[in-house]
Design a binder for this molecule. Structure first.
Ligand code: IFM
Length: 442
């Protein structure tokens, strides 16, 4: 017997998540260029060189998309505002871009959906990328200016605001591993981005709180990390990876310090005087967002430079992304956050989902594997709540299939299938299963 909304505490919110660049399309509404446009235009970065120019054309089709959220009996919708749409040159407001989000938020409220806004899900305006982007410490005040401008318009109607989505991706994946925009592979750039992304978060929180805004949080991503063996070298390698991926950001915010295993490699590249920023970074949150997808097995890699580690392929069933399916990791992070970092602070599962090579057959999409994934992670969430984690909501990633960044349009995460030629939407069997579980008259 599968779970339903009645297996969760009263008031628990269910929803789906999206991000601006991945669904909206950038050709309309005066949207400016962002670093993802140039990253995608550089050969070799993105599968088939695909970009977000059209995506799901949510810019025009948002009323029908919100209808789908509503028809799935969801309570909330997690969306992001694009910095490059609101401020095409990074600094001056584009009224047409702002008006789009104004209508979108009203559209959610008209359908009884709580708007969960994310301010930065990776659309750094190109004009600011030209100035060094996340490696320039001025990014903190640029970001706070943007946060203030958006909040002056939307702040009276959104239910919550996340500053940054997945700082690990913004900083490490994009400046050390080179896999996301701007595609750097540079330890100094990475160290600066690792710090500046949190400085931007803290600066924006201070600014918005000063305006009286409530419900401010941040969305962090976590990957369950295991050592490949009991050997000390593998154990230490796993601890370094856990530090980079899972501990850097949450410890920066809740302990006002960074993990020593990571500072060993980064301290000589950190911006001067970074320690003075920690009180601003460590301001109290109103809630924490946890994004969780998979686990990693890590071994030492003695021949490599710091952080001398390598990924060892795991043995569990994998998604279309090649990510292992391991719901126990979600339970682990939710209880770990409560126990080690945030206590009773509200926690939301702000993203969880899987990519699968879905196909339309006889006019329908049967994605039973995604149904199983979703319900296994809902079970994991419920177990964490039973152990005392104050989890208040769960958002599936994503509502429609969309632009999966470096993977282009090939990897399908949606509850709703999108034909990227006709842009027709077709709810998958997972959408219907989730809708049944969320029905109030069940
Ligand atoms: O599509 C991404 C999203 O932008 C951030 N979190 C992970 C998702 C799946 O890779």
């Amino acid at each position: 017997m599968r779970l339903s909304r009645f297996d969760f505490p009263e008031g628990f919110l269910f929803g789906a998540a999206t991000a601006a660049y991945q669904i909206e399309g950038t050709r309309h509404g005066g949207c400016g260029p962002c670093h993802w446009d140039t990253f995608a235009a550089t050969a070799g970065n993105v599968v088939r060189g695909e970009d977000g120019a059209v995506a799901c054309d949510h810019f025009h089709r948002w009323p029908a998309d919100l209808d789908l959220v509503k028809a799935a009996n969801m309570d909330a919708y997690r969306f992001s505002t694009s910095w490059a749409r609101v401020m095409p040159d990074g600094r001056r407001v584009n009224p047409e871009g702002m008006a789009f989000y104004d209508r979108l938020v009203d559209g959610m409220l008209e359908r009884g959906l709580k708007p969960f806004q994310t301010l930065y899900h990776w659309e750094l305006p190109s004009a600011l990328a030209d100035l060094g982007g996340w490696t320039n410490q001025d990014v903190a005040s640029w970001f706070a200016d943007y946060a203030e401008a958006v909040t002056r318009v939307l702040g009276d109607r959104v239910a919550s605001i996340a500053t940054i989505n997945e700082p690990w991706c913004v900083a490490w994946l994009s400046h050390f591993m080179g896999i996301h925009a701007p595609g750097h592979r540079d330890i100094r750039a990475a160290a600066r981005a690792m710090h500046h992304v949190l400085l931007a978060h803290g600066t924006a929180v201070e600014r918005l709180r000063g305006m009286g805004q409530k419900n401010l949080g941040i969305v962090l991503n976590f990957d369950h990390t295991e050592a490949a063996s009991a050997a000390l070298a593998d154990q230490e390698a796993a601890a370094v990876w856990d530090g980079i991926f899972n501990r850097w950001f949450i410890e920066g915010i809740t302990k006002k310090n960074y993990p020593s295993e990571v500072l060993t490699g980064l301290s000589s590249h950190m911006p001067e005087g970074w320690q003075d920023d920690m009180p601003l970074i460590g301001q109290k949150l109103d809630w924490l967002g946890v994004n969780y997808y998979t686990r990693h097995t890590i071994a030492a890699n003695p021949r490599a430079a710091w952080p001398a580690i390598r990924d060892v392929p795991g043995s569990l069933p994998k998604t279309q992304m090649g990510w292992e399916i391991y719901p126990e990791g979600l339970e682990g992070f939710l209880t770990r956050m409560q126990r080690d970092y945030v206590g009773d602070l509200p926690i939301y599962v702000t993203e969880n989902g899987m990519a699968h090579a879905d196909v339309v057959e006889d006019g329908a999409v049967s994605d039973v594997i995604r149904e199983d994934y979703l319900f296994a992670h809902l079970e994991a969430t419920r177990r964490a709540i039973a152990q005392g984690a104050n989890v208040k909501g769960f958002f599936y990633w994503s509502l429609p299939d969309n632009y999966e960044r470096a993977e282009g349009y090939e990897k399908r995460f949606g509850l709703v299938h999108v034909d990227f030629h006709s842009l027709e939407r077709k709810p998958k069997s997972s959408y219907h299963a989730f809708a049944r579980a969320l029905a109030r008259n069940a």
